[in-house]
Design a protein around this ligand. Structure first.
Ligand code: 13P
Length: 249
């Protein structure tokens, strides 16, 4: 049985004061959550989040990391630093990193390896654009993204890692994939991995992301191959995020 995960990706939002309110509401509401819950704030607030959530079941993750381990890389943050700050997870390959910051498959795979070396759990994101979906290329695109990782780390490299399917056209648009559309891609990804290793595929958690809200979370999370969600906008509103967590219970 795969335990569900609900992860909040705060993206570039927040301030000390705003986070304090959000975190105290999350603390108060976190008592009886049955799924795994994490929040991924911007780098400067990682310590604040780790402190505020200490003693709760909610853990902390980062939105990005450097592919380099240490050295003269101005502005970069290493996997070891994230682990040192109490992070357990790190998001890798979000479509905003791929498109706005030009992160290639090769860079993302290097980030995955760096995260593993520091003991962080990578949440590796995949997803097609609207044009790719309309051209009937969804599975081709996500398979190619996954393959670039598998070629380096092998299927065994996915043990205790997490995948997130985030169709680019559903991110921040209010237009979620339907449960059937999402399930189809999740099942195809699991099927592809099953052909390589049945046990790794069966244990791997695959999250859905893209306009998940309190109102549609449950119908997505009951799909057999959807193991939780990666939540953007709705993770900034405590009551919405907690409702999504409860939908995963
Ligand atoms: P929204 O939930 O705001 O659509 O964002 C999804 C996302 O990008 C999470 O990583």
């Amino acid at each position: 049985m795969r335990r569900k995960i609900v992860a909040g990706n705060w993206k570039m939002h927040g301030s000390n004061a705003q986070n304090r309110d959000l975190l105290s509401a999350l603390r108060a509401g976190s008592v009886s959550l049955g799924c795994e819950v994490l929040v991924c704030p911007p780098y400067p607030y990682l310590a604040q989040v780790a402190d505020a959530l200490e003693g709760t079941a909610i853990v902390c993750g980062a939105q990005n990391l450097s592919q380099h381990l240490e050295g003269a890389f101005t502005g970069e943050v290493s996997a070891a630093m994230l682990a040192d700050l109490g992070c357990r997870y790190v998001i890798i390959g979000h479509s905003e990193r791929r498109t706005l910051f030009g992160e290639s498959d090769a860079v993302l795979v290097a980030k995955f390896v760096a995260a593993r070396q520091a003991g962080l759990c990578p949440i590796f994101c995949l997803g097609e654009s609207l044009a790719q979906r309309q051209a009937g290329k969804t599975l081709e695109v996500v398979f190619e993204q996954l393959n670039s990782l598998l070629q380096v780390v092998g299927v065994e490299g996915l043990v205790d890692a997490v995948l997130a399917y985030e169709p680019v056209w559903a991110i921040g648009t209010g237009l979620s994939a339907t449960p059937e559309e999402a399930q189809e891609v999740h099942a195809a990804l699991r099927g592809m991995l099953s052909a390589l290793d049945v046990d790794v595929a069966a244990a791997l958690r695959i999250l859905y992301g893209g306009s998940v809200k309190a109102g549609n979370a449950q119908e997505l999370f009951v799909q057999p191959d959807i193991d939780g969600g990666l939540i953007g906008g709705a993770s900034l509103v405590a009551q919405d995020f907690l409702a999504i967590c409860r939908a995963a219970n």
